[in-house]
Design a protein around this ligand. Structure first.
Ligand code: CP3
Length: 352
């Protein structure tokens, strides 16, 4: 296994609310269609084909690190890669998102979700991680889709606005629901564990669509499974980040799942979010990605507002509240990184 970089990382320190010298920043979906260099190397076809080519996937992961000077890289992959790799029949349609030939409908479909064996099912992911840890001077973030969000794709068969079928299965057949989410939790754990074994230095659990749930349903049907994933990843010794969109009403419950960092979208001001998580947890976020489509002064005001609401708390990783929109001008994101690095301040860790 390659040696870990020895330079101290502001990103890793902020994840643990430990002292560091500048506010770290990275962007969800920093690699992708907003970058001309991405569009020129990506090639046509499914993103799964690009992910299966380690040289290409590593290059795409590095592109935003070079261009923006962000404090962390995120592996170029997708949350449906493990399910696709074990043969569930998932693809990612350009411009749409994950689509499934035969969606999950009944207990018989559990047989289509055998355990993930990363060395043989996703060797290309591990090769990409190997290439990256040799090149990178900032930490690599590994990730997995959280059980609920992956289940929503497997059950709906395509991106959904209502999650109607997902919720119907969850509410009608609770035993099957828990069996499904338990399998997806195991797959997430195995996937993240393999990425960390190859040198990823933090792990983000994406429960992007958990905000669609009523809070009591989140607690009953989803929280135990996300907690299981985060408990397992904690034993690996890397910081964990737990993120979803539209999660204001469930933020305290998501915090209870026990990650080091709670990701916050733009709908909850960061100072309010702080009051909803545990005192030792860090926050990640939360500039509205759409704000980056407005002029620089508007963007700068938004960046300064996020920094002010954090008030120099050492447990803050600057990010957008969700992924970079494809139409974003990369020049604006470059300026965001510079502004966060120039004006962000980090107070000493609280002693209480
Ligand atoms: O830079 C990064 O953030 C790293 C790579 C990354 C991708 N997907 C690449 C990708 C990560 C971390 C993901 C996770 C992912 N995939 C999530 C969770 C994060 C989130 O956005 O909430 C979700 C929900 C998915 C499922 C998925 N994959 C969707 C909804 C889409 C968008 C469809 C589209 O074309 O707009 C994808 C495709 C996808 N995954 C792209 C990228 C860069 C789009 C571009 C392409 O096909 O080249």
């Amino acid at each position: 296994m390659p040696a870990a970089p020895t330079t101290p990382s502001a990103f890793l320190a902020a994840c643990r609310s430990e002292p560091h010298d500048h506010v770290p920043v990275w962007f969800m979906r920093q690699a992708g269609r907003s970058l001309p260099e991405y569009r020129s190397v990506r090639g046509p076809g499914s993103i799964l084909d690009a992910i299966a080519q380690p040289d290409l996937a590593a290059e795409i992961t590095l592109q935003p690190v070079r261009r923006y000077g962000v404090d962390a890289a995120i592996l170029y992959s997708d949350i449906v890669v493990p399910a696709a790799a074990i043969g569930f029949g998932v693809d990612v349609a350009p411009g749409t998102g994950p689509v499934v030939e035969q969606p999950f409908r009944s207990a018989a479909d559990l047989d289509r979700l055998r355990p993930l064996e990363p060395d043989t099912d996703t060797p290309y992911v591990l090769e990409t991680v190997d290439l990256l840890v040799r090149e990178l001077t900032v930490p690599l973030i590994g990730f997995a889709g959280a059980p609920f969000t992956v289940a929503s794709y497997l059950i709906e068969g395509a991106p959904s606005r209502t999650y109607g079928r997902t919720k119907a299965l969850m509410l009608e057949d609770e035993p099957l629901w828990h069996l499904l989410l338990d399998r997806l939790a195991d797959i997430a754990i195995t996937s993240i564990t393999s990425q960390v074994a190859h040198g990823a230095r933090a792990a983000q659990l994406f429960d992007s669509w958990a905000g669609a749930l009523a809070p009591p349903d989140y607690v009953r049907y989803v929280l135990p499974h996300s907690t299981k994933v985060l408990d397992a990843v904690r034993t690996l010794g890397v910081p964990t980040i737990h993120f979803g969109v539209g999660t204001g009403e469930i933020l305290a419950s998501m915090a209870d799942a026990g990650s080091d960092v709670v990701g916050v979208d733009w709908r909850v001001p960061l100072d309010v979010a702080r009051s909803r998580v545990h005192p030792d947890q860090a926050l990640q976020g939360n500039l509205d990605p759409a704000r980056c489509l407005a002029g620089w002064e508007v963007v700068a005001d938004g960046v300064r507002d996020v920094l002010a609401r954090n008030g120099g708390h050492p447990g803050h990783v600057f990010n957008l509240g969700h992924g970079v929109l494809p139409e974003t001008d990369p020049g604006i994101l470059e300026q965001v990184v510079a502004l966060v690095h120039d004006e962000g301040t980090v107070q000493p860790a609280p002693t209480d």
